[in-house]
Design a protein around this ligand. Structure first.
Ligand code: N01
Length: 544
């Protein structure tokens, strides 16, 4: 074994494994591959019945990526992707699941995965320098390294409305959608929530249902996705240009396959601004925000021009002026995460769809036939769909009782303050790594995952080369990273999210610590920071 099992391992039935990975999504699978390269024995535990992570749970109609499918993949093997055909510009949930299954089979990963086991506790045993991990099935594992790939958005949030059990119809959560087909034909449906999940599910349900009532608290800048099938010629180009695509993503602020504009909106005439924005709108996707101008996220005046451009589009698409105004956001574009839409605004022109603004009249309770706001009652629904978000960033690890060197829990620690080194590791939690942990960038997830994992791999190699057994982030390094996360966030309009319930700041969960959950100083800059740290001999880490 490359790692010596601790001599006095006496934990009865505890099973020894070098690396225990929590979660069988993109992060977990990528980490498994890295462990192979490190020559370490690893297993993945997951609560689901199969792999997929986000794409296992979020199987609601319309669920798909907001990143081009050919850039939402594993990057370590050109061969793996050469043999795969990406079907559409944005992969549907089942296509994403298909890709992950294809990769797991092609790389013979499945035998390292154990399903229907939810990790309940993880305890660091100082005297032995091991982690002891328990599952809800009563299993105990001991490992040298504990890696959390438990997801950025894996704990669904359902608002605690009064009488929540009172509703006699069907209740669905987009984030925990049933595997069986849900038939909305002829049904009257209420959808609560207009974030990225609501924006994707609403147009599809509206096509099928007799009637849809959308309950909106905050409108969103929904950008046109402009989805399309991948043609044979495009498929050939995707294979040919694989390395350029990866290099391009690594240079882009959100790690997308696009090239950031070098032109400030402010530096061109109003006519040129409109011409460039029109072109971006037609191309669709996040190209609208990044390939057009380079100051939309950082300059409030430039941002206001683009925000007004989007509002004009909404007013042009939505025929009923009152509904159009309700759908127009009035905060900075990107203060909340703008979703990509697939005929979202057009859906409100359908005779079977109506929009209810609950911003000043909050939903308070469920009733037998529907729900009640402070002043009104809405009934006669066959189904209520909650698209009400997640306890993002920290939620999954808070649910597990993770305890570090002084028996301190992650949940307690994060209630008071959130401090990490690169969103990957923490002081007081040795030999513990997070993939896409809080304070890592929010960006094209597989890209962030890939870079975090290679950094973790390098860090473990460093431990092994030095003959040490323990690696832990220095407190000072975590403080510095946290300051950098805050300073860079304050340089962008994302800081305005404080006023609009942005989940990026923990604002959507009552009682949650309010702090930036992500590094918004650019994925490209994040990659440079990681390179500096590993290339410089991991000065922010202590080894023993
Ligand atoms: O969740 P959200 P989401 N009464 O928190 C509303 C990713 N994602 O699942 O805005 C009434 O954004 C809430 O209102 P408000 C993506 O990163 C990606 O949609 O807080 N409404 C909001 O409208 C995204 O950012 C894809 O005022 C209530 C909605 O519920 C992240 O996941 C697809 C309420 C929640 O929106 C989260 O998106 C889907 C209440 N009491 C998701 N409580 C891709 O395309 C909450 N709301 C890749």
């Amino acid at each position: 074994d490359p790692i010596m099992k601790p001599k006095n391992q006496s934990a009865g039935q505890a099973e020894w494994i070098d690396v225990l990975i929590i979660g069988a999504g993109f992060g977990g699978l990528r980490m498994l591959q890295e462990c192979r390269e490190l020559g370490l024995e690893a297993i993945i535990l997951d609560a689901a019945t199969d792999l997929g992570g986000t794409w296992y749970w979020n199987r609601y109609p319309g669920a798909r990526t907001d990143t081009e499918s050919w850039a939402y993949c594993f990057y370590f093997s050109e061969k793996l992707n050469e043999q795969y055909s990406f079907k559409e510009r944005y992969a549907t949930w089942d296509s994403s699941l298909d890709y992950l299954n294809y990769a797991a089979d092609a790389l013979d990963m499945r035998r390292h995965m154990r399903f229907e086991r939810r990790v309940t506790t993880a305890r660091y045993i100082n005297s032995e320098n091991v982690w002891e991990v328990q599952t809800d099935t009563g299993e105990t594992y001991r490992c040298r390294y504990l890696v959390s790939a438990s997801g950025v958005l894996s704990v669904a949030y359902k608002p605690p409305f009064k009488n929540s059990e009172a509703f006699n119809g069907k209740v669905y959560l987009t984030a925990n959608w049933p595997k069986e087909h849900v038939d909305f034909a002829g049904k009257r449906v209420a959808v609560i929530g207009t974030g990225a999940s609501g924006v994707q599910v609403i147009p599809i349900i509206a096509h099928e249902a007799a009637h849809v009532t959308v309950f909106q608290r905050t409108p969103n800048y929904v950008l046109p996705a402009r989805n399309a099938p991948v043609t044979d010629a495009q498929q050939r180009a995707i294979r040919r240009d694989f390395h350029q695509m990866v290099a391009q993503c690594r240079k882009q602020v959100f790690a997308f396959p696009m090239t950031d504009s070098k032109v400030a909106l402010k530096s061109v005439s109003p006519e040129e601004q409109q011409r460039v924005l029109e072109r971006g709108w037609e191309i669709g996707g996040f190209q609208f925000a990044f390939e057009t101008f380079n100051d939309i996220l950082t300059d409030r005046e430039s941002n206001a021009v683009v925000a007004e451009f989007v509002r004009k589009k909404i007013r042009a698409i939505v025929k009923d002026p009152k509904t159009a105004e309700m759908l127009c956001p009035d905060y900075a574009l990107f203060a909340k995460r703008p979703p990509l839409g697939h005929f979202y605004f057009e859906t409100f022109n359908r005779p079977n769809v109506n929009l209810v603004d609950v911003s000043d009249d909050p939903i308070e309770a469920m009733t037998a036939t529907g729900l009640k706001t402070r002043t009104r009652e809405f009934g006669d629904f066959d189904a209520v769909v909650y698209a009400t978000g997640f306890d993002g960033g920290t939620g999954a690890l808070v649910k597990i009782d993770v305890r570090g060197t002084n028996n301190q829990s992650i949940a307690e620690t994060w209630r008071k303050s959130l401090q990490t080194q690169f969103g990957i590791c923490m002081n007081g939690f040795p030999n513990f790594f997070m993939i896409s942990g809080p304070q890592a960038p929010f960006a094209n997830t597989p890209m962030i995952v890939d870079r975090a994992v290679t950094w973790i791999g390098d860090c473990i190699r460093h431990v092994q080369a030095s003959g040490d057994t323990v690696v832990e982030a220095r407190a000072e390094a975590c403080e510095n990273w946290t300051k950098f996360v805050q300073t860079t966030m304050d340089m962008t309009v994302l800081a305005d999210g404080a006023g609009v319930n942005s989940w990026f700041l923990g604002k959507n969960i009552p009682g949650k610590l309010q702090a930036p959950l992500f590094f918004f100083g650019g994925a490209n800059n994040y990659f440079i920071e990681l390179e500096k740290e590993s290339g410089g001999g991991f000065k922010g880490m202590q080894f023993r």
